[in-house]
Design a binder for this molecule. Structure first.
Ligand code: PAF
Length: 274
């Protein structure tokens, strides 16, 4: 595996299919699964590792985000990554530059709790796609709204690649894999699977025939308060439709249950598709 830090070192071999796995490092089984899938489907796999400052808000965890290039490089190599692209902030942002805003799907939920976050994500993903020139880019569905934003950007801007969305990889107790799980204390780690448990129970309860608006409201309210009773501070626990990300109370379109909740200093997000 080659480790490169400069855009000029990335080669674009003609006739070779390239798969890109964009990451911020802190590799876990979720990242490694994306890389393995890319390896099965593409001739050449590039993983990018860049802790993107523009997607972190004030007071967020940019400084303490897990950084360990040596460990990440060795894990990426084990799963067959060909090129690890780990640019510096100066390489990615040589000056105050253009910013991408993806309307509608960026607005609510993560968008309103983390102002500017999706502009940071969309801009860096667009830049990484242009730098690497992949045929396919792989993203994990754990960050569902990020997936919707990236997909919408690629469609709106006619970018010539496929966005491949891959299932969330979970710990045995259901906790979605995330680099941020490393922040959890032992006690918090034991509580953390409640987010997925509540999402799953809620999904089951919502899938009854002839569900009324009031019943759906009650089911969502119960799930939220049960997380709060467990000690979470819940930013949102919602049923949304995927096209617009707006809250809904029936399942007539493609929907997901989404949740964001804080446990101590850790903010967990998760979702289940319906
Ligand atoms: O999901 C992430 O790790 C980041 O948001 C991404 C897509 C690599 C952009 O910085």
């Amino acid at each position: 595996m080659k480790i490169v830090t400069r855009i000029s070192e990335l080669s674009h071999d003609v006739g070779t299919s390239i798969g890109l796995v964009p990451t911020m490092g802190g590799f876990h089984k979720g990242h490694l699964q994306l890389m393995k899938t890319a390896k099965e489907e593409c001739d050449l796999v590039v993983a990018s590792l860049f802790v993107n400052p523009t997607q972190f808000g004030e007071g967020e965890d940019f400084e303490r985000y897990p950084r360990n290039l040596e460990r990440d490089a060795s894990l990426a190599e084990e799963v067959g990554v060909d090129v690890l692209f780990a640019p510096s902030p100066e390489e990615v942002y040589p000056r105050l530059g253009s910013v991408i805003h993806v309307p509608v799907v960026s607005k609510l939920w993560e968008g309103s709790h983390r102002p500017g976050h999706f502009e940071g994500v969309a801009t860096v993903v667009c830049k990484l796609l242009n730098m690497v020139g992949p045929d396919v880019a792989y993203f994990g569905l754990k960050d569902l709204q990020q997936c919707l934003v990236v997909k919408r950007m690629v469609e709106d801007l006619n970018m010539p690649l496929t966005i491949s969305l891959q299932p969330t990889v979970r710990e045995e107790d259901g906790l979605a894999m995330s680099s941020r799980n490393a922040y959890l204390t032992h006690e918090e780690r034991l509580l953390a699977p409640s987010v997925y448990r509540n999402l799953s129970e809620c999904k089951q309860k919502l899938q009854v025939p002839d569900l009324t608006h009031e019943q759906a409201e009650g089911i969502l309210h119960h799930a939220k308060t049960s997380l709060e009773d467990d000690g979470f501070r819940v930013d949102y626990f919602e049923l949304i439709e995927l096209e617009t990300t707006k809250a809904v109370r029936n399942l007539s379109m493609q929907c997901a249950l989404i949740a964001a909740a804080r446990l101590g200093k850790t903010r967990l997000i998760d979702n289940v598709l319906l």
